[in-house]
Structure formats: C-alpha cells, structure tokens
Ligand binder design. Structure first.
Ligand code: ADP
Ligand code: MG
Length: 309
C-alpha cells in the first residue's frame, strides 16, 4: 500500500566514527505507572501502566484512545499535576516536580475569568509573573492578533462564541511564552465547523511558533489532521498500543485522501479496543457490527470514539 502510515522506524545505526548524538528528548516518560484507588476501597488500579514515551522538541504529538484509557492522566503527569507511582517523567532531562510556567495546560473548558475582558484575560498570566505593564499590553495584543481576536479585545467572555473563547484561552497561554502547550480535548465542546476553523488556526499558530504540543483527543480525525505523531492508547490498564508517524506536510486539509486512509487504519485498530471494552462491560455475546463506529444516524461520518464508552 502506498499510504504514509508507518510504524515508528527503528533508528538506523550511525556510520562508524561519525556518531552525532541525537538531541535530548523534550519530554521523556520512563516506565511510568499511575494508580488510583478504586472507589472507596483500598484496592488500586493502574490508570496508566509502564508507559515509555519520548516527545521531541517542537513536535505536535496527539494522544488518542477511548474514554478512560488514561489520556488525561498522562497529560497531568507531564503537566506535573500528578506524580507517578513508578517510573519518572523528565523534561529536558530533569524530573518534573510540580506544575511550571514552561508547561501550560488548555482544557475543554476555556477557564477565562468572566469579570475580565479578553485583553485583561490575556494579560493576567503575565501580570502574575511581574511583566511590566507596557510590555504586557504589547505582548497581549500580539497574541490576540495571532488568534485573530484583536477586534474583540474589549469583550467579556460571555459575549464570545465557544470557538472565540478557546482562541482567547490559547492566546492567554501563549502570552507567557511557555515551551510546551498541553491540550486536553480543547475543542471537544465545539460544533464541527468551529472545530474545523480552530484546527486550521492551531496548525498555523503551531507552524509560526513551533511549540512542543501534546494534544489529547478521542477523535481520530482530529489527531491525524493535526499531529506529527499519533500515540494510540489502550485501556485498563492505560498503555501505549502503537505510535504512528504522520508523514504529511502541514497545514493539512480536512478532505485530504491520505488522511482518510490513516483514519481508517487507526479506527480499525481501535475497533478492536472498543470491542474489548464492550465485552468487559456488556454480555459475552456482544459484538460490534462492521463499520458501526463510522456512521451517525444523519449519515455523517463519525471518526470519534464517543464519550460514553
Ligand atoms: P481519559 O482522559 O483517557 O478519558 P483518564 O486519564 O481521565 O482517562 O482516566 C483514566 C482512568 O483513571 C479512568 O478509569 C478514570 O476514572 C480514572 N481516574 C482518573 N483520575 C482519577 C482520580 N483522580 N481518582 C480516581 N480515579 C481516577
Ligand atoms: Mg480525559
């Protein structure tokens, strides 16, 4: 087959005598396991188990998998909101010790302060960090320009659409010049056409800034469109099932046939994963109809894995 789906290639051995050390990974997870208590019992389960992952500087990485497979847990470990029970999370070779301004998280809920204008929201993080007023203003305006919200700088969050709020949240995050953006299903609550616009905006922002991005989603469509590399996760315990390089240039168009092939291939893999979940949570005779995951009643092709499973 000619499609660009390739499993991660094994590194070629360096030619003798010309060894150039590879740049250190931006983020490295080594044998990471995170457990939680099951309900109120003393029993614990692994939300993620034995995860090995390297994230390169400037890479756009997507974590994809069904609900509950540990995507947010992995992101929270990188953000420093959680600590691993086993293994370690290293950022540029140093173990993560708590949250830091170099790693900002953007959630599904924009988290803008309702009592501040868009401009004040974008300035807020810089104010907390003691950036002088004039510089704050200048940087905030620059960021608003990047996300095309200059005209709405004096609006309050309630006056904005969902997509505009998320763009303001992205501008606010970028204003403090983090090295990394950690995004946890940031567009999941938006309607499909707004999401489409934000995909295009995020791609163009990323091409301009080349920040390292870790993007969590349960939408395969979103993952293959945006990411350089897609990490497909399996659940219970949460672990990495497969890593796929998307060898296509940015920006990518939604209707690119090469993306459709990649989507189909990843979905086929996840169909297996969902069948496993349903067998565990349903009767033994449960099985998934061929193609059942791909179509919504209205005929629209659905490349997400649903929230409820
Ligand atoms: P995802 O983001 O892929 O939907 P999560 O990382 O949120 O998955 O969760 C993975 C598993 O860990 C789920 O079974 C979830 O219920 C559980 N979990 C997540 N956070 C906590 C927590 N703080 N306490 C207990 N269980 C948790
Ligand atoms: Mg989650």
């Amino acid at each position: 087959m000619s499609h660009p789906l390739t499993a991660e290639p094994a590194a070629a051995p360096p030619p003798q005598g010309t060894h150039v050390p590879a740049p250190p990974a931006k983020v490295r997870l080594r044998g990471v396991t995170k457990t939680y208590a099951r309900g109120h019992s003393a029993e614990r389960f692994a939300a993620v188990q034995d995860v090995e992952l390297e994230i390169r500087e400037g890479e756009f990485l997507a974590l994809v998998g069904p609900s509950g497979c540990g995507k947010s847990t992995l992101l929270n470990l990188i953000a420093g909101f959680e600590t691993p029970d086993e293994g370690e999370v290293l950022v540029e070779g140093t173990p993560v010790a708590g949250a830091g301004p170099d790693r900002l998280v953007i959630f599904q809920e924009h988290g803008l302060f309702p009592w501040l204008t868009v401009l004040q929201n974008v300035e807020f993080g810089m104010k907390v960090r003691g950036v002088p007023k004039a510089e704050r203003r200048e940087r905030a305006l620059q960021q608003l320009k990047l996300v095309h919200l200059t005209r709405f700088q004096s609006h309050y969050p309630f006056q904005l659409s969902g997509g505009m709020k998320q763009r303001a949240a992205i501008a606010r995050a970028l204003a403090v010049e983090p090295q990394m953006l950690l995004m946890d299903e940031p567009f999941a609550a938006l309607d499909p056409s707004t999401r489409d616009i934000l995909h295009a905006e995020l791609q163009s922002l990323w091409m301009k800034t080349r920040k390292t991005v870790v993007f969590v989603t349960h939408s395969v469509e979103e993952a293959v469109r945006l990411a350089d590399r897609v990490v497909v996760m399996a659940s219970q315990p949460g672990r990495i099932r497969r890593t796929i390089e998307i060898g296509l240039p940015h920006p990518r168009q939604f209707l690119d046939p090469a993306l459709a092939e990649l989507r189909a291939s990843i979905l086929a893999e996840l169909q297996d994963e969902l069948t496993k979940i349903m067998k565990r949570e349903g009767d033994d005779d449960w099985h998934l109809e061929e193609g059942a995951l791909r179509r919504r009643p209205g005929g629209r092709v659905d490349h997400s894995m649903g929230d409820g499973i």
